[in-house]
Design a protein around this ligand. Structure first.
Ligand SMILES: [Zn+2]
Length: 277
């Protein structure tokens, strides 16, 4: 399977085939290169909540907005809490959480919209960014799925909310973005026990025991999310996963590798204004 994320600039990757096939769609993931933040946050930190200088985060966001052609004033951001709350947003929400943290959507880990001229954004450092598209309904969405959001089924929640609006799971395409890979992600049985609820008839399992360490496992959050989306009805051929690991990849911030003192990358998806679709 080909890698969905292709470098479009030092500072970000795009989901290339979506960009090519769907006019006006902007979707991708930033790197840590090309910003003004310093120290642990060098240099393109886009997270306000990590104790970086807010003016640096703002400058980084403004730069990414300029590069994407969707200015940071049009972004929508969240106070992410590893929950499964998903907000439907419109142009009226434009700018909330874009250039400060206080105006963000509180307790929110997913967004979707059908409106143009706004960019849905969430921030990541190892957690899994999920991207959703229904070409027919011109709807896009994104979710933040660390292990907690994943086992809460935030991916399935997105599909359920879209189903309520008449979108069939077979009309939904999903991309699983840059995040920590199975070899880098050791978890304990507490996490695995919660994952198992989604895995009754599943083989192979998306985790494996760590040799010589009782109760420890290597977990593929990407694969677990894929299985959860399939369980929600999205056909496997509609789901693609990246090969990019934020912990293996030196171009990314990694919460685990950097021992918690690090920046955040931006996952983003939206429609540009003024492009007929
Ligand atoms: Zn890795």
């Amino acid at each position: 399977m080909t890698e969905p994320f292709v470098s479009a600039h030092d500072s970000f990757y795009i989901i290339k085939d979506w960009h090519e096939a769907v006019p006006g769609l902007v979707a991708g993931f930033s790197t840590k290169a090309g910003g003004v933040s310093t120290g642990d946050f060098a240099s393109l930190n886009t997270g306000f909540h990590v104790n970086d200088r807010p003016e640096d985060v703002r400058a980084n966001r403004v730069k990414v907005g300029r590069l994407l052609g969707l200015s940071a004033e049009s972004w929508i951001g969240a106070c992410q809490t590893h929950g499964n709350r998903i907000a439907c947003v419109t142009g009226a929400d434009s700018g909330k959480g874009a250039l400060d943290y206080e105006s963000s959507f509180s307790d929110t880990d997913g967004f979707y919209t059908e409106e143009k001229g706004i960019l849905l954004t969430l921030v990541f450092a190892d957690c899994v960014p999920l991207y959703f598209l229904s070409r027919k309904h011109k709807r896009v969405g994104t979710a933040h799925a660390g292990w907690k959001g994943t086992v809460l089924g935030i991916g399935a929640s997105m599909v359920e909310q879209w189903k309520r609006d008449g979108i069939k799971p077979g009309e939904i395409e999903a991309v699983i973005g840059p995040s920590i890979c199975q070899s880098c992600y050791k978890v304990d049985s507490r996490v695995i026990d919660k994952a198992r609820q989604w895995l009754d008839d599943c083989y192979p399992l998306p985790f494996s025991p760590v040799a010589g360490e009782a109760g420890q496992f290597y977990l593929s959050l990407q694969e677990l999310n894929k299985l959860i989306l399939m369980k929600a009805g999205v056909p496997p051929e509609n789901i693609r996963s990246t090969m990019q690991c934020t912990s293996c990849g030196a171009e990314f911030f990694s919460h685990r590798r950097d021992k918690g003192k690090t920046g955040r990358m931006l996952g983003f998806i939206g429609w540009k204004e003024g492009v007929s679709t």
